[in-house]
Design a protein around this ligand. Structure first.
Ligand SMILES: [Zn+2]
Length: 568
């Protein structure tokens, strides 16, 4: 019953080259309708003629009342204009703090869909909602290709936006002279990251991610590896081990010994092979992996000064019990591998990304010289790879909450915040859906070719490709609003792929205006370092000292107080 009238020819959409006439399929904004299946039922009860007859009336009912008044749109635009005019006074302060939010795989289509989801979670139509990142005054585009790849991966891109140098796919913290898997091409080709530059300048530094802490994105902040997959020595080929290359977990503990905050997953890579996991004692896959028998947690502790407070924790309860004022170093590893999806999160053992960010900033904020914090919403990417758009979008919404959390704890006067993605995905949504349509809902018409309904969200490729009896699956027969529903794709692949188009860069705070156009991805850390007066390009900071500052000590404060325009 549910699907039969979808196949009625009269319900086909009417689309010509230059004119689209929507046929409303339900009499109320569908965001008021839960679950989406009811839309399908409702559609089946309306005859095509009736739909056409009352079409205009129904379309109109989708429009929020206030939006029918032109004054609403004019006032809204005038306020936006007023805000834009204020931006002519550039914020050229020195960025005491820099926070980088990296949504792994968060292409522009994901940002838009996450915005609609966030609004719908608040019972709004969704399209008009503003994400926290939407409120940032400066937006640029980032060209994400790797030196050897048109469509990039997260390792080569992380090297670009953290180290300022484009690199080959699959490699982290090394230049394009290093070939993936070739250990002997590593030495001499290491490139350092903005996390290191910040550390060298006396700032506190932190890494917070929802993936394992030795995953591609965070690892470019501290490691130099010819292969992103060398999580521990267990994953390395004998040749690489014999040539002296070190695994990424080992490098996390040894390369920069005083990273103040490290939070995410990845416990199993820290412990000797077959060591039972503290949380999943029956799960063999959760056991320690290290062939060298090292306990990297003990090593991490041993590197911390005796008089400092260092804490290793593995669950949310411990995290919330911490007094950040009494913590100098924090290592939180909440899962053996990647952390759970936000939708599947255990509220006792797993903190949310925003909870981790809150604690991280409280710890890092204590340094009078400021901090650099890398925050990764790392599993947006994983949701997409699995074709599970609902998981991916909830991850993106949670990262937006973390951005809001950071915004309440910092000021644009002294903190540069950058939000971007490493790459996109072949994720899209369309189908002339009406205003307020559930982002996980159906397009308002059936295909004019196979006469079956389709969801607004679709993938170019991936595991959601389904043929039933020689035909495309009829989605109205399945629960397409389920957390783990895999949206249909055009090409069958076990793992959906990254996308190659540009991604957005959102920025606020000191020097945010330098992110202003279409940029190569490796430009981003150069801007962050320039704004913070760290790294190589500090002439503009030095000129301040020749203008009267007696010592390098008070320089940052002086720079923050002076109108920098006269110094350039
Ligand atoms: Zn990926």
């Amino acid at each position: 019953m549910e699907s039969s009238s979808w196949e009625t020819p009269g319900l086909e959409h009417q689309l010509t080259a230059d004119h689209w006439q929507p046929i409303p399929s339900h009499p109320h904004p569908s965001y008021l309708w839960a679950p989406e299946r009811r839309q399908v039922l409702e559609c089946t009860m309306i005859s095509p003629l009736l739909v056409l007859a009352i079409g205009t009336c129904l379309t109109n009912s989708l429009v929020p009342e206030k939006e029918k008044d032109p004054k609403y749109w004019r006032d809204q635009a005038q306020q936006t204009l007023k805000n834009a005019l204020k931006l002519q006074n550039l914020n050229t302060n020195v960025a005491k703090n820099v926070i980088m939010f990296l949504g792994d795989g968060m292409g522009v289509s994901t940002v838009t869909a996450a915005r609609i989801l966030k609004g719908q979670l608040h019972h709004s139509p969704g399209e008009e909602t503003r994400l926290e990142m939407d409120k940032f005054p400066y937006v640029a585009l980032s060209k994400t290709y790797n030196t050897n790849a048109q469509v990039p991966d997260s390792a080569g891109t992380a090297t670009a936006y953290l180290c300022g140098v484009k690199a080959n796919e699959g490699t982290v913290g090394v230049s394009a002279a290093t070939q993936r898997t070739q250990c002997n091409t590593t030495q001499g080709n290491e490139v350092t990251s903005i996390l290191r530059w910040a550390k060298d300048a006396g700032k506190s530094v932190g890494i917070v991610t929802t993936t394992r802490v030795n995953h591609a994105t965070p690892s470019a902040a501290y490691a130099h590896s010819a292969d992103r997959d060398w999580y521990s020595d267990n994953e390395m080929p004998p040749e690489a081990l014999s040539q002296g290359c070190k695994d990424i977990a080992y490098q996390l503990m040894h390369n920069i010994k005083d990273i103040e905050v490290i939070m995410g997953g990845g416990r199993k890579y820290m412990f000797p092979k077959n060591r039972t996991d503290v949380e999943y004692d029956m799960d063999e896959k959760a056991r320690g992996t290290r062939l060298d028998g090292l306990n990297l947690i003990d090593i991490w502790k041993s590197f911390k000064p005796r008089h400092k407070h260092s804490h290793y924790i593995w669950n949310r309860t411990e995290l919330l019990a911490l007094d950040p004022h009494m913590v100098d170093y924090l290592l939180g590893l909440f899962e053996p591998g990647d952390m759970q999806y936000e939708l599947n999160r255990n509220n006792v053992t797993d903190p949310s990304l925003s909870e981790m960010v809150k604690t991280a900033i409280k710890i890092l904020n204590k340094n009078p010289k400021g901090f650099f914090l890398l925050v990764e919403g790392g599993r947006i990417d994983h949701g997409h790879h699995e074709g599970k758009a609902k998981q991916a979008l909830h991850e993106a919404v949670e990262m937006d909450r973390a951005i809001e959390q950071a915004g309440t704890m910092t000021s644009v006067e002294d903190t540069l915040t950058v939000v971007t993605a490493d790459h996109s995905h072949v994720f899209t949504f369309g189908g002339y859906t009406p205003r307020g349509n559930s982002i996980f809902g159906l397009a308002p018409m059936v295909s004019d070719t196979d006469k079956k309904p389709f969801t607004a969200i679709l993938y170019g490729n991936g595991p959601g490709y389904k043929v039933v009896g020689g035909e495309r699956e009829n989605v109205s027969m399945v629960d397409y609003a389920h957390n783990n529903y895999q949206a249909q794709s055009a090409v069958p692949l076990r793992h959906e792929t990254h996308g190659g188009e540009d991604v957005a860069v959102f920025a606020k705070g000191p020097m945010a205006h330098l992110l202003h156009g279409v940029h190569e991805q490796n430009y981003i850390p150069h801007v962050m370092a320039y704004a913070a007066c760290i790294g190589a390009n500090r002439d503009h900071c030095a000129s301040a000292s020749s203008s009267g500052s007696p010592s390098p000590g008070p320089l940052p404060l002086l720079l923050a107080l002076l109108p920098l325009g006269i110094l350039f």
